[in-house]
Design a binder for this molecule. Structure first.
Ligand code: 4G4
Length: 247
């Protein structure tokens, strides 16, 4: 996948894009992230890229012309264009999976009060938000999106990690995890996990996932139970026991 990032702060991307996981993906040729400095496309004598908003209201707006130049330089007309914005649709794993199928995308990062609307209209940008909070720029959201998309591309994660058997996939939150030592400062690992009884272990994991989801994200349960699934007798008992607790 080739990702173009259009930004006034290209230097922010170095550590993330060159970091261990994404750096290795780049070395393997699986993922290529290229930053383009929007300021390089300013046609103003002071390299200006922002100006006062028409209609007033304070703050500054990123000008159309430098962004159009940057867009043309990466052939954005043939590519999916994404604009990181607090007024976009909120990013979720389904959108990440959809985007991970693409060969190319362009991510535009806004600053100040955002970009001139004509940029978004002309380049048919899809606005995406990483959550209901405001940041100083779209760069961190872009890095969040890139990281989440990258790990869904086959071969980006090593064997040790695997994107597939995670909570968001099953629709439940993930159960707690433990590693060595078995006892740490008097704190024990749940006995069942070291019992070697895989049926009991799976049931424990399922139970803890269901409990956590009920406590923290009951909003996920409707979608979880509306999916076609085969449950073992043990799982059915656990569902019965857990769901009758609070309802
Ligand atoms: C576009 C419009 C994204 C971009 C306004 C970007 C939060 C998110 C920005 C702004 C962002 C998010 C400066 C308000 C840059 N903040 N939730 N800031 N602002 O994904």
């Amino acid at each position: 996948m080739n990702i173009d990032v259009l930004t006034l702060f290209p230097e922010m991307f170095g550590p993330v894009v060159g970091g261990s996981i994404l750096g290795r993906a780049a070395d393997k040729g699986i993922l290529n992230v290229r930053t383009t400095d929007i300021r390089d496309f300013s046609n103003d004598k002071h390299n200006k890229a922002d100006d006062y908003p028409f209609g007033g209201g304070g703050g500054m707006v990123m000008m159309a012309d430098p962004i159009f130049g940057a867009m043309e330089s990466v052939s954005a007309g043939d590519k999916k264009v994404i604009y990181m914005s607090p007024r976009g649709r909120i990013l979720d794993q389904a959108k990440i999976e959809e985007l991970s199928q693409l060969d190319e995308m362009v991510i535009l990062c806004g600053h100040y009060e955002g970009v001139d609307q004509r940029v978004l209209d002309y380049w048919n940008a899809e606005e995406i938000s990483i959550g209901d909070y405001v940041l100083t720029g779209g760069e961190l959201p872009a890095m969040v999106l890139i990281d989440a998309v990258a790990r869904m591309i086959p071969d980006v994660l090593g064997n040790e990690n695997s994107a597939l058997d995670e909570s968001i996939y099953s629709g439940l939150l993930e159960h707690p995890q433990y590693t060595k030592p078995r006892e740490y400062r008097g704190l024990e690992v749940p006995e069942v996990l070291v019992s070697g009884n895989h049926k009991l272990i799976d049931e424990w994991k399922f139970r803890r996932s269901l409990e956590l989801t009920m406590e923290r994200r009951p909003d996920l349960l409707e979608a979880y139970f509306s999916r076609e699934r085969k449950y073992t007798k043990g799982e059915k008992k656990i569902i019965e026991e857990i769901t009758k607790r609070k309802l």
